[in-house]
Design a protein around this ligand. Structure first.
Ligand code: ZN
Length: 268
């Protein structure tokens, strides 16, 4: 896209309960798009977006990582192939080559590789990077409400502050020329999306605002969303505009191709 190269990297595949993934939508409808397995789970990707420019390298999202307990790996049906560090290596990159890490939010399936284990403690994986997170998400993750507690694992983010890599932002923020984060809320208190613009082209990294292609319709959203009506309002406006402009969209949890053109996805 313009001067940049956008690369979809896949940390792993996993499975989540199909009912939870589609909130109030009946199974007879969602099962046609995302068929459930014998444990009612649907197959999902853990996709990260790498942006390479001549002057910097940015990573959006950090996968599920390697801190999941074996019992939970079974519940999540985790299928690792290469993993994010190996995917970066295949792109000729080491962890110290990443200049910016942008995290949509701090649920454990989005920031798993943000930190790595070092003896009894953890340190930032991307030591040279600036990690861009919404301040409201940081505060919510540090003191999670009881509904969200199981979705946060402090080992994934606590060390970012001590490591001096944490860069908290409040609302809309230009990370680099052409790369903006926008606070959306909806899914969590501090969920953000990333808008990439180069020349006439635009790509929107949707995070968990729209996790898969099957979530394109406004009322098809997850039961984990803390603020459904807020999410639906933001999503509707954003996807309508994206469809008009035929933006490139990036879907974090799609198990097939992570990119899609908004213009071909139909009615919101
Ligand atoms: Zn997620």
């Amino acid at each position: 896209m313009g001067d940049w190269e956008l690369v979809a990297l896949r940390d792993a595949f996993f499975r989540l309960d199909g009912g939870s993934m589609f909130g109030v939508i009946p199974k007879v409808l969602w099962d046609r798009k995302k068929p459930a397995d014998e444990r009612n789970r649907i197959h999902l990707g853990l996709n990260c977006l790498l942006v390479k420019s001549p002057n910097w390298t940015a990573l959006i999202e950090a996968g599920i990582g390697d801190k999941i307990a074996p019992a939970d790996e079974d519940i999540y049906g985790l299928e690792r192939e290469t993993g994010l560090p190996a995917e970066l290596a295949a792109e000729g990159l080491e962890t110290d080559d990443i200049d910016f890490v942008i995290l949509s939010h701090l649920h454990l399936d989005h920031c798993g590789w943000a930190t790595v284990r070092d003896g009894d403690s953890y340190h930032p994986t991307f030591k040279q990077a600036r990690y861009i997170i919404q301040k409201s998400e940081w505060q919510a993750a540090a003191k999670p409400d009881r509904r969200s507690r199981a979705s946060y694992d402090s080992r994934n983010f606590e060390a970012l502050q001590k490591g001096g890599v944490l860069h908290l932002v409040d609302g809309e923020h230009e990370v680099l020329p052409g790369i903006r984060v926008m606070h959306t809320g909806g899914h969590t208190w501090g969920h953000q999306i990333v808008v990439l613009e180069s020349g006439d082209s635009r790509c929107v990294f949707l995070g968990d605002l729209v996790p898969t292609l099957a979530h394109f319709k406004t009322n098809w959203h997850m039961s984990w969303d803390l603020f459904p009506l807020e999410l639906m309002a933001v999503k509707e406006g954003l996807l309508r505009e994206a469809a008009e402009r035929d933006d490139l969209l990036f879907f974090t949890h799609e198990d097939g191709e992570a990119f899609a053109r908004a213009g071909i996805l139909g009615e919101v």
